[in-house]
Structure formats: structure tokens, C-alpha cells
Design a protein around this ligand. Structure first.
Ligand SMILES: NC(=O)c1ccc[n+]([C@@H]2O[C@H](COP(=O)([O-])OP(=O)(O)OC[C@H]3O[C@@H](n4cnc5c(N)ncnc54)[C@H](OP(=O)(O)O)[C@@H]3O)[C@@H](O)[C@H]2O)c1
Length: 285
């Protein structure tokens, strides 16, 4: 296993970056203020001595924002060009590069997505992430982790729905997008597992396990676990976004096939189990 000071966390203030810093308190880390990974000169000039592993948690994650003219440029810079910058450095210095991708590189036409499914992104965000995956494929020592529906310390779906429920606002929630949540605790556990076991390099799907569910059903699970009444009304993606412009198309089926990760010796936790733990922590803070 690598020592903490040999790890370098990029995008350290995001949901995943924050969780990685908690897992590896001895790690070096930077967010955009310290190192802008879109800047090829800054990346090349950075002091990489003593670093053995780059954990890239940086991304442009505003899926609808990426459909705007400015957002399209930002998404391609952070999700594609910056990954190429890190890939170049990792390859030149023989570092291990860990990078995170998304179910949005697929169109959601399959019930479950295996690692080898061909790219079929629907949105600018999805296309920019797919470009990052292609840059990653050129790195000799790499873990490319595809994940979905990430819940951590930040603005996220669970917090939004919990807030509505507590304020007695009855939400209308999309019931035809189906997938599984990924708590950042599960992402961090999987990253740590791959590093600690020196798993074969390559692409790994990581999400919580359990029954795939729609956003509406997940909201019901949030309310049931938090002791709030079930006030959720189902809607379709088409109806939810009707009349709104600038909305990115979303895959309807986001479930990631976890066979490869589990075959590497990792026991995935059910999303309902992690939801219970997450809500308990939310209620006590
Ligand atoms: N959230 C999801 O549901 C989801 C689903 C599937 C996959 N993923 C992937 O999972 C990974 C982690 O997502 P997350 O939810 O933790 O994202 P996040 O909370 O949005 O964090 C991304 C971080 O990257 C930073 N960043 C942006 N541009 C940068 C730059 N040029 N240089 C350095 N840092 C920069 C951001 O800083 P600022 O805030 O200052 O911009 C932010 O701290 C990403 O690769 C994402 O694509 C996420």
C-alpha cells in the first residue's frame, strides 16, 4: 500500500475530494486555486517529486450547465483536456493515475452497463467524460472508475429531497430514470481496495449494490428512513422537463454492472444500508 504522502488528491474540495482527504489525512492535495489541471504549463511545472499516485476527483459536474456555450468549453477543459494533461504527466513519470468517470458516457439503452460497453454519450457532459476516458486508456498504470449518482458532502439529491420533506413540500420526482446511488464512502472504499490489493490496471465500475430504483423510489426510501411521510408523486423525464430549455438529455438506465469489481475481492454495500448511515449522520450534525 502507498504511504499517505505518496498520494496527491486533485479536485480536493468536491464531494469525492473531501472524502478522499478524510481517508488519507497524510496525502498532499490541491483544488483549482493551488493547481489548475486544465493549464498544461502548470501541470508540467508542478513539483511531482515524492508523489506516486494521482487521485483525480476534479471535474465539471454541472450536467445542464455543460449545454451552455460557456459550460461546454469548461466541461471539455476539465473533463477531457485536464485528464490528458494528467495522463501525460502520469505516463512520463510512471505514476499511477486514478480517475473517475460516469454512467453518462452511455445512452442508457442497456439495463446494466459493463466496463466494455461502447461509448454512446447523449450530452455534452457525457461526451466530455468519454473523451477523458479515452485519454486515460493511454496511461500504462491507471484505474478508471465509472460511477453513478454520487452522494457525499455537498449539494446532492439526498440532501435536496430531505430538505423538501422537512419543509412539508411534496415533491414530484422522475420515475423513469433507474439506477443505484453511490455514496462517496463506497467510492473511497473501492479506490482503497484497488490500491491496497494492487488490482489489475484498467476500468472498474463502482456504485453501491442493491436493487436498482428510480429517483422517485429513492426519494420514498429517503423519507421512509428519515421518518417522513411518503408525499412523492411520480412523473416522467419528458413531463418533468417539458417547456424547459437547456436541459441535457439523461440516460434512463444508469445501473452499473459490478461483476468485475466484486471478482477483484470487493464486497459492495447495498445503497439502502449506506443511505441509513448517511441519514443518521445528517440528522446528528
Ligand atoms: N456527482 C455525480 O452524481 C457523479 C456521477 C457520476 C460520476 N461522477 C464523477 O465523480 C467525480 C467526483 O464528482 P463529485 O460529485 O465529487 O464532483 P464535485 O463535487 O463537483 O467536485 C469536483 C471538484 O473539482 C474541482 N475542479 C473543477 N475544475 C477544476 C480544475 N480546473 N482544476 C482543479 N480542480 C477543479 C471543483 O472545484 P470548484 O467547485 O471550485 O469548481 C470541485 O471541487 C467526477 O469525476 C464526476 O464526473 C459524479
Amino acid at each position: 500500500m502507498y504511504a499517505g504522502h505518496e498520494l496527491f488528491i486533485v479536485g480536493a474540495n468536491g464531494q469525492l475530494g473531501t472524502a478522499l482527504r478524510q481517508q488519507y489525512p497524510g496525502a498532499r492535495f490541491a483544488d483549482v486555486g493551488e493547481l489548475d489541471i486544465t493549464n498544461v504549463t502548470s501541470v508540467a511545472a508542478y513539483d511531482w517529486s515524492s508523489i506516486k499516485v494521482i487521485l483525480n476527483a476534479a471535474a465539471y459536474t454541472n450536467v445542464d450547465g455543460a449545454e451552455t456555450p460557456e459550460g461546454r468549453i469548461a466541461a471539455w477543459k476539465v473533463n477531457a483536456e485536464a485528464v490528458a494533461n494528467l495522463a501525460r504527466t502520469a505516463t512520463a513519470l510512471d505514476l499511477l493515475l486514478v480517475h473517475i468517470s460516469s454512467d453518462y458516457v452511455f445512452d442508457g439503452s442497456q439495463d446494466s452497463h459493463a466496463e466494455y460497453e461502447p461509448f454512446s454519450p447523449l450530452s455534452v457532459y457525457g461526451a466530455s467524460k468519454a473523451a477523458g476516458d479515452i485519454a486515460m486508456s493511454l496511461v500504462p498504470r491507471q484505474y478508471l472508475i465509472r460511477t453513478s449518482w454520487v452522494i457525499g458532502d455537498g449539494k446532492n439529491f439526498v440532501r435536496t429531497m430531505l430538505d423538501l420533506g422537512k419543509r412539508d413540500i411534496n415533491p414530484t420526482v422522475v420515475a423513469d430514470q433507474v439506477g443505484r446511488l453511490t455514496f462517496v464512502s463506497e467510492l473511497v472504499r473501492a479506490i482503497d481496495h484497488l490500491l491496497a490489493t494492487e488490482a489489475a490496471y484498467g476500468v472498474y465500475n463502482v456504485s453501491n449494490s442493491g436493487v436498482s430504483a428510480s429517483w422517485a423510489d429513492i426519494t420514498r426510501a429517503i423519507y421512509a428512513t428519515a421518518g417522513l411521510p411518503n408525499t412523492v408523486t411520480n412523473t416522467s423525464t419528458a413531463d418533468y422537463y417539458a417547456g424547459k430549455s437547456g436541459i441535457a438529455p439523461r440516460p434512463l438506465r444508469s445501473t452499473l454492472d459490478l461483476t468485475k469489481l466484486q471478482a477483484s475481492g470487493f464486497a459492495s454495500r447495498d445503497w439502502n444500508e449506506d443511505l441509513t448511515d448517511y441519514l443518521q449522520k445528517e440528522q446528528t450534525v
